[in-house]
Design a protein around this ligand. Structure first.
Ligand code: FAD
Ligand code: DHB
Length: 389
């Protein structure tokens, strides 16, 4: 079997790239380790930048997003009994959209099925081969049978724990990492959001975030110790802790209810360079991870996909390799800017167990400055809505 582009991973990066390439007449096959149901059930990102919205439109999957997504012109920051709104529309003339990763994945899967494009789910032992040659291939097993697909290019969209990154020789790959001393405990609950916009709350007990998936469904997070288990957190404990971290006026609006999903995610910053070796290209979480504060993970996967889509389209139209040769450098510029922003948002809003009293005072000064300086608020706003591609 042959295809032009072999894609590993049917997360948002793989599915979006597959759909964009298909609309450009470029054949592709996606190999995914899990089942379609498993991929759809993972509750993850919820907030998308305008650039991601535009890309989903270009992929032809924007209809439900525009009908059901919620446009947000700003966010709230709460700390020290104060409540401040960062008005994106007024500061930088842009907005963001609340539309869950599960919904984006569902829209992309449906479009792919309707277009008759092949996705192999439950593909075992996927291996990229001969990536330094002009004729790489992908091998995998399915139901006990081995398969090989010849490709022009292989795109590793297989997330942080995928196989692609480790195929790049260790002496070529440079990695950068920071592990934070806490995680986020998140619950999904069928309760209307307590506020029309997201609330990022800093308190001495730790960070909390009130976000949403729709007008009737909330997604709520609290910072928790790294070694906490989901079982340590009953719903009652979660609601009481959240209330203690919010401004009393916000806490008064909480209506506790049973969680329909509860999970803990550790926080990590990670970048692998280069994002290309031979004919293998990495995109999304396969190449980089950001801590979730500021919601950049999914959006960064989308911008990688944009650069790859543009470069592959150019290649198949003209034979040029220039865009593909520049991919790693181009994508990494934006990756590092998002890494910086996510690290900064994390550092100003969380409680760091080992912070000295000096560092605690600096954090207070930073937050106080942020909400009083139009320049600082503009810097937050322009990063939050998404830097240009
Ligand atoms: P993934 O979504 O990880 O998709 C990779 C796919 O590859 C998966 O389907 C996986 O099964 C498949 N795969 C892996 N290995 C193989 C293999 N060997 N062979 C074949 N297939 C393979 N971002 C935000 O912006 N906001 C959030 O609130 C947020 N919350 C998150 C919560 C959690 C628990 C996690 C893990 C991430 C969260 N993120 C969040 C980050 C965001 O979800 C990711 O950045 C985004 O999913 C990246 O998309 P991706 O397609 O690159 O990778
Ligand atoms: C969401 C997650 C984030 O990390 C964030 O900064 C904003 C929103 C969310 O899950 O909706």
């Amino acid at each position: 079997m042959r295809t032009q582009v072999g894609i590993i991973g049917a997360g948002p990066a793989g599915l979006l790239l597959g759909q964009l390439l298909h609309r450009q007449g470029i054949s592709n096959v996606i190999l995914e380790r899990r089942s379609a149901e498993y991929v759809l059930d993972r509750v993850r990102a919820g907030l998308i930048e305008q650039g991601t919205v535009d890309l989903l439109d270009q992929a032809g999957v924007g209809r439900r997003m525009h009908a059901e997504g919620l446009v947000h012109d700003g966010v709230e920051l709460s700390f020290d009994g104060e409540h401040h709104r960062i008005d994106f529309k007024a500061l930088v003339g842009k907005a963001v959209m609340v539309y869950g990763q599960t919904e984006i994945t569902r829209d992309l899967m449906q479009a792919r099925a309707a277009a008759g494009q092949e996705t192999v789910y439950e593909a075992e032992d996927v291996q990229p081969l001969d990536i330094s040659s002009a004729r790489p291939s992908l091998t995998y097993r399915k139901d006990g049978v081995s398969y090989e697909i010849g490709c022009d290019f292989i795109i590793g969209c297989d997330g942080f724990h995928g196989v692609s990154r480790s195929t790049i020789p260790a002496e070529v790959l440079k990695t950068y990492e920071r592990i934070y001393p806490f995680g986020w405990l998140g619950i999904l609950v069928d309760r209307p959001p307590i506020s029309p916009e997201l609330i990022y709350a800093h308190s001495e007990r730790g960070f909390a975030l009130c976000t949403m998936r729709s007008a009737t469904r909330s997604r709520l997070y609290v910072q928790c110790p790294l070694d906490d288990q989901v079982e340590d957190w009953s719903d009652d404990r979660f609601w009481s802790e959240l209330a203690l971290r919010l401004d009393p006026s916000d806490a008064a609006r909480l209506v506790p209810g049973p969680s329909i999903e509860k999970s803990i995610a550790p926080l990590r910053s990670f970048v692998a360079e280069p994002m290309r070796f031979g004919r293998l290209f990495l995109a999304g979480d396969a190449a980089h991870i950001v801590p979730p504060t500021g919601a950049k993970g999914l959006n960064l996967a989308a911008s990688d996909v944009f650069y790859l889509w543009r470069a592959l389209s150019e290649h198949y139209e003209t034979g040029a390799m220039a865009g593909l040769d520049a991919y790693s450098q181009t994508a990494l510029k934006r990756v590092w800017l998002a890494e910086r922003f996510s690290w900064w948002m994390t550092s100003i809003l969380h409680t760091f167990p080992e912070a000295s009293s000096f560092e605690q005072q600096l954090q207070k000064a930073e937050l106080g400055y942020l909400v009083r300086s139009p320049a600082a608020m503009t810097a937050l706003a322009e990063n939050y809505v998404g830097l240009p591609y």
